[in-house]
Design a protein around this ligand. Structure first.
Ligand code: CMP
Length: 140
């Protein structure tokens, strides 16, 4: 299995509850290595652009408002089959459907305040990593 990278966001509901370390611990225990990390306040323009793919969805406006409601921690994660590994430990988008042992089962408050984002493909991971990080900020 190849070592690859994925992109993760620890969302405002988690940073607000001081869960950055607890979430990161679960990522690390799942075999992922944090090779870049920064805590930022996303601007409205950044959030709109990052979630552009959802622009036509009814929840787009609320999603942008939520993601700019407080600090987030953006991370690059590295590991074997990182995209799938991360999505497995994140759990289902809706915490009501998330399995035991996943981050969203443990921490998510709702489908919107669901504690973490993770890329859904290698291609999107590369795009999302480049959206927030320059190459020299990633140290593997
Ligand atoms: P994320 O992986 O960050 O990508 C898009 C986000 O939209 C998703 O996680 C959810 O947190 C959020 N969202 C809010 N409402 C919905 C909804 N009804 N269906 C799917 N995603 C939603």
């Amino acid at each position: 299995m190849a070592v690859t990278r994925t992109f993760s966001i620890i969302k405002p509901d988690a940073t607000r509850r001081n869960l950055t370390g607890a979430v990161t611990k679960m990522l690390e225990e799942a075999g992922l290595r944090v090779v870049a990390s920064k805590r930022i306040q996303m601007s409205e323009d950044q959030a709109k652009k990052f979630y552009e793919v959802h622009a036509e969805r009814p929840f787009y406006g609320e999603l942008v408002a939520f993601m700019t409601s407080g600090p987030v921690v953006v991370q690059v994660l590295e590991g074997e089959d990182a995209v799938k590994r991360n999505r497995d430990v994140m759990g289902a988008t809706n915490p009501a459907d998330a399995e035991e042992g996943t981050i969203r089962k443990a921490f998510a408050e709702s489908i919107e305040a669901n504690s973490v984002h993770g890329s859904d493909s290698d291609e999107n991971a590369a795009t999302e990593i480049a959206f927030f990080f320059s190459d020299d900020e990633i140290v593997g």
